[in-house]
Ligand binder design. Structure first.
Ligand SMILES: *Cc1c(COP(=O)(O)O)cnc(C)c1O
Length: 378
């Protein structure tokens, strides 16, 4: 079936009825942001052109970049010694760019915490560049929990520490900052960036692609402390050398103009929310608590393999008693307008992603559907 032969519902659901998007990524975006993006495709505000046909060297786009950076700086309360970059290649390219910059040519090992699917993906890329010491591997335990502080032994001489703040696939989230203050912390925050306050001063480098919590696919935000650049080895491919992107203000080559513009709209939307990231965190916690409440009250019908202290407020994963029932759950959910609930292809089961743009109202509706489904099928 060609995509245009699909029923219109799957292509443009919002034109037909209320839908609730729980996609793991690309994730839901606020309706206001989508409306503004739609308008800018025809005519970008402050310009006579479509945002899809504006030069990345124009004054207009210079303003977009500057405001997006300012908004991120304000939301994160980011000190001036940090740079903000808008790069391509997704979080997966950061799995390589980070060790190229911070591990290549070093004698010390980098420490990696393997807490789930995505942090495991980062390891082989780092191993190409130097020594890697895996200080926790949750694979044997089926990635059902994260390490407690006492279970990690850190080397004060490590090249850096790498971990993933929120394991999107499994639904595990660190609710603390890992590592030693003397060692550069590098954190993949792709699926929880700007979902809660973060003390950026604790990190040397944070990266987050946009498509989960921040905008559309195509752009990855990197926040890095400028002194890291002094240690970047020469001889890297130009596009993979952070120094070129810093030097050129994220326009070393043609950046994803549209994706950055929508990310700007999203940062404006975030700044309009009451009480900034603290307010966002309270809302996200309330959303997650609704679904975990349904799980906990289900007598095991909705079973989570995630240890309670490590429950993610962004991705709630669970299983039903058997796979036919899971398929039925997904089919009935979709018929009711709940989309994107299928678990990651590596894991199966169900995953409800509760990114910033998912409303409390949508989560209430899903919780109601889940209770009703259980009443009918338990
Ligand atoms: C989705 C995801 C990735 C992969 O991102 P790409 O942009 O597709 O490369 C990496 N890390 C985390 C935490 C993710 O959730």
């Amino acid at each position: 079936m060609r995509v245009w032969d699909r029923p219109a519902l799957a292509l443009a659901p919002s034109a037909h009825r209320r839908v609730h998007n729980f996609s793991g990524g690309p994730g839901a975006l606020p309706a206001e942001v989508l409306a503004e993006a739609q308008e800018a495709i025809l005519r970008a505000p402050g310009s006579d052109l479509s945002v899809l046909g504006i030069s990345h060297r124009s004054a207009w786009f210079g303003d977009v970049l500057a405001e997006a950076r300012d908004n991120l700086r304000a939301l994160l309360d980011l000190p001036s010694e940090y740079e903000i970059l808008f790069l391509q290649g997704g979080a997966s390219l950061q799995f390589s760019m980070v060790p190229m910059a911070l591990l290549r040519g070093r004698s010390q090992a980098a420490e990696y915490v393997v807490g789930g699917y995505w942090s495991a993906k980062a390891v082989p890329e780092a191993q190409r560049e130097g020594l890697v010491r895996i200080i926790w591997n949750g694979q044997d335990g089926g990635f059902s929990r994260l390490p407690r502080a006492g279970e990690l032994s850190h080397d004060p001489e490590a090249a850096y520490l790498h971990y993933v703040a929120n394991e999107t696939v499994e639904g595990l989230q660190f609710h603390r900052v890992l590592g030693l203050d003397g060692v550069a912390r590098v954190c993949d925050m792709s699926s929880d960036f700007l979902s809660r306050p973060v003390d950026c001063r604790k990190f040397a480098l944070i990266y987050a692609h946009a498509q989960k919590n921040l905008g559309p696919a195509g752009v990855t935000v990197v926040v890095l402390r400028r002194d890291l650049l002094d240690g970047v080895p020469d001889g890297l491919p130009a596009m993979l050398d952070y120094r070129n992107h810093v030097h050129m203000g994220s326009v070393y080559n043609t950046p994803p103009v549209f994706a950055i513009y929508v990310t700007l709209l999203l940062t404006r939307w975030l700044r309009r929310q009451p009480d900034g990231l603290a307010g966002m965190a309270r809302l996200n916690e309330a959303k997650a608590a609704l679904l975990y409440g349904v799980l906990d009250a289900s007598g095991g019908f909705y079973a989570s393999s995630v240890a309670v202290p490590d429950r993610s407020i962004m991705n709630v994963t669970f299983r039903l008693p058997d796979e036919p029932l899971e398929r039925r759950f997904l089919a009935e959910a979709e018929a009711e307008g709940f989309y994107g609930l299928q678990g990651h292809r590596s894991r199966g089961g169900i995953r409800a992603s509760l990114y910033n743009a998912v409303t409390l109202e949508s989560v209430r509706a899903l919780a109601g559907f889940m209770e009703d489904f259980r009443a009918r099928h338990a």
